[in-house]
Design a protein around this ligand. Structure first.
Ligand code: SAM
Length: 227
């Protein structure tokens, strides 16, 4: 059956993503393929290929398509990697990652969102994605180490526990900052000597990362844990 949203998806990639400088062919192909309308509530399906985040319930959002593409490109995936995502939300970014990587472990702290994402991912046939419920600031040690880690919520600092779940040469991408409206998108690359290199890529705006090595609560006034 033909996909009534395919043309909208192509337009989304051309106008919102490639036009803004995302050029990785694997990322562009994944963004053309994954059916974003399957990951949003029914009444928002007509807006699924618009240029912004959308509410998915529980006070959370599915990220703007361009930001999903930008963060995926920043992970420098070549294909075949073992990837960890923190902040499953709708499951959309996990599906994009799963189009490129060998497998994806994704963690969500809000159980009903995790259950919903698991159902959609299974229905769409993403057998290489495992959805887990928990505090993603502590990573998922059972499946560590990872080639790449992406955090899709904004924290006060890069969780040390997450850094330590990267393989040598592995990349971690996440929004970091104390401001509710703007964070820096940061990429940490783990050197083979265990030394990390950190780069700031752009300004972004994300819902808070809440957990032992994130914010203590959604008001963002106090950071949990220590660096
Ligand atoms: N990647 C998602 C998508 O494609 O729909 C969008 C994620 S949304 C912007 C951020 C998500 O991070 C929310 O669902 C929120 O509940 C989750 N989150 C916040 N802190 C978390 C934590 N410590 N561990 C796991 N998930 C967390």
């Amino acid at each position: 059956m033909s996909d009534p949203y395919a043309a909208q998806r192509d337009e989304m990639v051309d106008r919102q993503i490639a036009a803004r400088g995302v050029s990785d062919a694997r990322v562009l192909a994944a963004m053309r393929k994954v059916a974003r309308h399957e990951f949003v509530p029914d009444h928002l399906k007509p807006d699924a290929y618009g240029d912004g985040p959308l509410p998915i319930g529980e006070g959370q959002t599915i990220s703007q398509p361009y930001i999903v593409a930008l963060m995926t490109e920043a992970l420098l995936l070549q294909g075949g990697e073992h990837v960890l995502e923190i902040g499953t939300g709708s499951g959309y970014a996990a599906a994009v990652l799963a189009e490129i990587a060998a497998d994806v472990v994704t963690i969500e702290r809000i159980a009903p969102l995790a259950a919903q994402a698991r159902t959609v991912l299974q229905r769409l046939g993403y057998a290489n994605v495992k959805v887990e419920v928990g505090d993603g600031t502590l990573g998922w040690p059972a499946a560590a180490p990872y080639d790449a880690i992406v955090v899709t919520a904004g924290g006060p600092f890069v969780p040390p526990t997450l850094r330590n779940q990267l393989k040598p040469g592995g990349r971690l991408v996440m929004p970091v900052g104390r401001d509710s409206w703007a964070q820096s998108l940061v990429r940490v690359t783990r050197g083979s000597d265990g030394e990390d290199r950190q780069e700031e890529l752009s300004l972004v705006s994300f819902v808070p990362l809440i957990g032992a090595e994130g914010w203590k609560d959604a008001s963002r006034r106090e950071a949990g844990g220590s660096r």
